[in-house]
Write a protein that binds this ligand. Structure first.
Ligand SMILES: [Zn+2]
Length: 238
């Protein structure tokens, strides 16, 4: 495990071998929750049969996994798909610092989609413990909550347009607690932005759909992944 902005204390930590030692040598695989979710959604969920799809989770954090041409995109260091840390904003005034007025992201960068749209960041921006309170305040017309929610929607909109133009997926499967509870603030702004601003060919070929498997999606995927890896199969997601 290299680093986890939302989990304190896990930096360059040999989690698999430590767990394996603690479990009397049991074989342990470590992978990202979004990779497991993508496997489960692909096997028995919303992405069944899709060879090009992106799994997006909008939850405490904002993450994803990219499946392209029937294979999971892993990258050189096995860290591809961290779409929450795609920068979607910068300070336009060139006399000021590029990061001015933008929220710092937990990853150390600025302008990341996660820093606007993830649950923890929404709650922090409003000064409450739970993002649900921000949406409740939005519903009663609170101006500060409204601004925070609109920024989150715009960040997700920019991210969606970028994903469609860059990766040409057939499906964007959106899960996570914020997406499940607030689809009108998550899936809808993504759909609208794709229709309005993405290239026409990929925009007309993509559907933004809710995840099908609910809160246990990562656990389900982990079961599939462990079984396939142990049997020497599972090449598409390795
Ligand atoms: Zn970031």
């Amino acid at each position: 495990m290299h680093e986890a902005p939302n989990i304190v204390g896990f930096k360059e930590f040999a989690l698999a071998s430590r767990l394996s030692d603690a479990l009397d040598g049991l074989t342990v695989f470590v992978d990202r929750d979004t990779a497991m979710a993508a496997i489960a959604e692909s096997a028995i969920g919303a992405a069944r049969g899709a060879r090009d799809f992106i799994y997006v989770t909008v939850s405490t954090g904002l993450g994803g996994t990219i499946v392209s041409g029937g294979r999971m995109l892993r990258g050189t260091t096995n860290t591809a798909g961290e779409i929450g840390h795609f920068p979607v904003a910068f300070q336009l005034d060139t006399t000021r610092d590029a990061a001015a007025d933008l929220p710092r992201c937990g990853c150390g960068s600025y302008g990341c989609a996660e820093s606007f749209a993830a649950g923890r960041n929404l709650a922090d921006a409003y000064g409450v413990a739970d993002a649900a309170e921000v949406f409740t305040a939005w519903a009663r017309g609170d101006p500060r909550a409204t601004a925070i929610v609109i920024r989150a929607e715009r960040a997700l909109a920019n991210l969606a347009v970028g994903l469609v133009n860059m990766l040409n997926p057939a499906l964007i499967v959106v899960g996570g607690s914020i997406a499940d509870n607030q689809p009108g603030h998550v899936l809808e702004p993504m759909r609208r932005a794709i229709a309005e601003r993405a290239f026409r060919a990929p925009a007309s070929a993509v559907r933004v759909v809710p995840a099908a498997l609910g809160g246990d999606v990562g656990m389900l995927g982990a079961v599939f992944a462990a079984r396939e890896r142990l049997s020497g199969r599972g090449e598409w997601f390795l």
